[in-house]
Ligand binder design. Structure first.
Ligand code: NAI
Ligand code: MG
Length: 343
């Protein structure tokens, strides 16, 4: 029996709603597999924690996240920059991995898309080094060779592991030459170690247009922090919206998995949030833990439920509740015909 201690941060707004839809999915996988178990350690963070405990990211939460095998994080509200940014930096979660894929029967802008955005997660403008006067501000875009090589290598390793054919490096070296030439040099150097994977470079504005017009062109994209933040929401928009966009913040030995979306205060408390982004984040967590079969169970559950016409939440054009969609996925995982249980 393999046991994993999972730090669970429900957070604010729709966070607890999508989290309580996702944990039973992990339990279902544990039940069907029979050889793995999860212990969930629920931790406080976010606006609620700040109000009640005086800090958005209590020390106890950080300690537990460091002690657990992995962390599943739903979403926090206004205090996001006091929670997720320090966690990423403290644990050195340098790779932000954001897949964008079209699932069956999801109303999506793109006809075809199955790409992974690999975003550098520790530097660039997000270091928040800057100054401001009364009427002016300066923010420093920090790019280092070390971080650039590390993220490029992550992207190529991911491409190799997943059998993907192309890595596109996204930059603005034509204007931001001080920084982006370093990023590009790093990508080129790493690309040389992966001759079987096609390597191309694309300027970020061109990339934005081509993602909309020919999303099927893209496979793995690797880019700096800010560009990756914006382009990955664009990619989420192509595949059905934020409710369909999972992510991982991955370091050398620790990782936090979270939907790309925030606490969605406009729909919080109504039980209509789409849980799929969080469910697919849990799938990514299992992959990272080395539980590839269990991860496939979750994705197959999502695909089968959607193929069978699972009730869709309003963001996907339906009128279902969070729990109805989650229950359809859980059912698909649990009710697999015996013959299929093996692979
Ligand atoms: P948001 O992602 O919370 O919402 C944007 C839009 O997408 C809203 O219309 C929302 O209803 C919709 N949406 C998001 N997730 C959905 C889901 N699962 N199902 C259906 N619809 C969904 O972004 P917004 O409104 O810019 O920020 C709201 C709060 O979230 C802010 O306080 C922000 O600081 C925080 N935030 C936290 C993040 C995190 O925890 N990592 C990331 C982004 C924002
Ligand atoms: Mg964002």
């Amino acid at each position: 029996m393999r046991r994993y201690r999972i730090a669970v941060i429900p957070g604010d707004g729709i966070g607890p709603e999508v989290m309580s839809a996702t944990l039973p999915i992990l339990e279902a996988v544990s039940e069907t597999r029979g050889d793995l178990e999860f212990e969930f350690i629920t931790l406080r963070a976010g606006d609620g924690a700040k109000e009640e405990l005086g800090e958005a990211l209590p020390k106890e939460t950080v300690r537990e996240v460091e002690r657990c095998d992995a962390c599943l994080f739903a979403a926090v509200g206004r205090s996001a920059s006091e929670v997720i940014l320090p966690l990423r930096q403290r644990l050195d979660l340098y790779a932000n991995v954001r897949p964008a894929k079209i699932y069956p029967n999801i109303p999506a802008l793109a006809g075809k898309a199955d790409l992974v955005m690999v975003r550098e997660n520790t530097e660039d403008l997000y270091r928040r080094v800057g100054f401001r006067g009364e009427d002016w501000g300066v923010a420093l875009r920090i790019i280092t060779r070390r971080a650039s090589e590390r993220i490029a290598r992550y992207a190529f390793e991911l491409a190799r592991r997943e059998g993907r054919r192309r890595v596109t490096s996204v930059h603005k070296a034509n204007v931001l030459d001080h920084t982006d030439e370093i990023f590009l040099e790093a990508c080129r150097r790493v690309a040389g170690d992966y001759p079987e994977i096609e390597y191309e470079e694309m300027i970020v504005d061109t990339c934005a247009m081509r993602l909309v017009m020919t999303p099927e062109h893209f496979d793995v994209l690797v880019t700096t922090n800010m560009f990756g933040d914006i382009l990955s929401d664009l990619a989420a928009g192509l595949v059905g919206g934020l409710g369909m966009a999972p992510s991982g913040n991955i370091g050398e030995s620790r990782a936090i998995f979270e939907p790309v979306h925030g606490s969605a205060p406009d729909i919080a408390g109504r039980g209509i949030a789409n849980p799929i982004a969080t469910i697919l984040s849990a799938k990514m967590m299992l992959e990272w833990l080395g539980e590839a079969d269990a991860a496939r169970d979750i994705e197959r559950g999502v695909v089968e439920a959607l193929e069978r016409g699972a009730p869709l939440t309003p963001d996907l054009g339906g009128s279902a509740k969070t729990w109805e969609l989650a229950e359809a996925i859980r059912g698909a995982i649990l009710n697999k015909p015996l013959a299929q249980k093996e692979f």
